[in-house]
Design a protein. Structure first.
Length: 95
């Protein structure tokens, strides 16, 4: 299901991309395919709505719960968010 909805997003937004993760699963292994797949996953799960709520812990946890629902890398994702927040100077937002 995830691959189909992500592929639909890629086709809907970037129809000329030549990326098709259903018919060509190895497309996701290319830089272009990985980036478009990540963006497709983000939009197919309406993560912008969650991200627009802010960057405090509860907002980040809400996004992480969607992205990492079936993985064991929650702690790592939180650590990476903290690192990138510091790197990109993201201030805490509480919308």
């Amino acid at each position: 299901m995830n691959y189909e909805s992500v592929n639909d997003e890629i086709e809907g937004h970037y129809s000329n991309s030549d990326i098709d993760i259903i018919d060509n699963p190895n497309d996701i292994l290319t830089t272009k395919g990985a980036l478009l797949s990540a963006m497709g996953y983000w939009t197919s799960n309406n993560l912008n709505n969650l991200a627009d709520n802010g960057s405090n812990d509860s907002h980040v946890n809400a996004i992480t719960a969607v992205i990492n629902l079936y993985t064991e890398s929650y702690a790592q994702r939180r650590e990476h968010f903290e690192t990138t927040s510091d790197t990109f100077n993201v201030s805490e937002c509480n919308n």
